[in-house]
Ligand binder design. Structure first.
Ligand SMILES: Nc1ncnc2c1ncn2[C@@H]1O[C@H](COP(=O)(O)OP(=O)(O)O)[C@@H](O)[C@H]1O
Ligand SMILES: [Mg+2]
Length: 317
């Protein structure tokens, strides 16, 4: 084997580079820091949810990943190549937050144009299948100027997916979609996941993120407020109860089990992450012993929405 062959073999045997690697991203607009030291990685085939309130810096991070906004500091690798390398960009599908296609083009023409821009070739039947996948099969020949906002967003998704990307970045893909359209997008994301396509999904619809994402990065005021798998972020379990006759002793007993809150007769105890199995039955036995009347006991897991609000309010757990 020649040295070059050997080197190529070595490279081929390396694990694939992550879909996205970014480190220390910073961006200021005038005096305001829009993004202030953001780092994260997205593995191949992983679906990452980017969450956070309006103005948190989500779109700015996405634009820096894609080289559309120049970072003041920080580094980006897409699919193992520098973010500005056209060979990396050609493997990335992008749905911008705000976009408009040339209104005189038909949906099919918009796709053809973007395939050409991506520098690849996609056979016509595959382009048609892509339009069908976003529910626009029978509108292929219609001009985009007459499309509703939701239909334009569907077309935007088709554009992001048509050139067989290895990484797809979707900035608010369902903001204009009806619930059925949203369900379609969920299915679409799951099918991308099956094909090992990596996805960054920026959505304010937390339920959507919760259903499809493997991992979540929560941005707040330009920094990463929390990140992890849903399991890590939502590992906490809680106990919801309807109680009456809660004496101060009973309340102390509840508070000893976990963080306690209540409104009226609805009590909620957040259980510690590593609580033992006897904790709940022991609590119930003791409450009965203390004369509390128990109308309902419901175990649950906190939702991503509750967790997100907690993180943004600065609660540590
Ligand atoms: N082109 C720009 N010029 C000035 N400020 C900007 C620009 N783009 C974004 N910003 C500011 O950067 C912050 C983050 O914005 P953005 O990344 O769009 O947030 P998000 O997508 O999380 O809602 C906001 O305060 C916004 O006003
Ligand atoms: Mg945005």
């Amino acid at each position: 084997m020649s040295a070059v062959d050997e080197a190529e073999q070595l490279l081929a045997d390396l694990p694939a580079a992550p879909a996205v690697w970014c480190s220390g991203l910073r961006k200021r607009y005038r005096r305001r820091a829009a993004v202030d030291g953001v780092s994260f990685t997205v593995a191949r085939g992983e679906v990452l949810g980017l969450l956070g309130p309006n103005g948190a810096g989500k779109t700015t991070v996405i634009k820096m990943l894609l080289g559309l906004v120049r970072p003041d500091a920080g580094d980006v690798l897409l699919l193992g190549r520098p973010g500005h390398d056209p060979r990396a960009r050609a493997r990335v599908g992008y749905l911008p937050e705000l976009f408009r296609y040339q209104p005189w083009l038909t949906a099919a023409e918009v796709l053809t144009l973007h395939v050409r821009l991506a520098g690849t070739q996609v056979p016509p039947e595959e382009r048609r299948a892509c339009l069908a996948m976003v529910g626009l099969a029978d509108r292929a020949g219609d001009r985009v100027g007459g499309f509703s906002k939701g239909m334009q967003q569907r077309l935007g998704l088709a554009v992001a997916l048509v050139a067989r990307p290895d990484l797809v970045i979707l900035d608010e893909p369902t903001s204009a979609l009806d619930p059925i359209g949203r369900a379609d997008v969920r299915d679409l994301l799951l099918s991308l996941k099956e094909r090992r396509v990596a996805v960054i999904l920026n959505s304010h619809l937390i339920g959507e993120v919760e259903r499809v994402c493997d991992r979540v990065v929560i941005l707040d005021k330009g920094t990463v407020a929390a990140s992890g798998t849903l399991e890590e972020l939502l590992g906490q379990r809680e106990l919801r109860m309807r109680l009456d006759g809660v004496t101060p002793e009973a309340e102390a007993r509840l508070a000893a089990t976990g963080r306690l809150s209540h409104t009226g007769d609805a009590y909620r105890v957040t259980l510690p992450p590593d609580h033992d199995e006897a904790r709940v039955p022991d609590l119930i036995t003791d409450l009965v012993g203390l004369g509390v009347r128990i109308h309902a006991v419901e175990p649950g897991r906190i939702s991503l929405e509750e967790r997100l609000l907690g993180i943004l309010r600065g609660e540590s757990s």
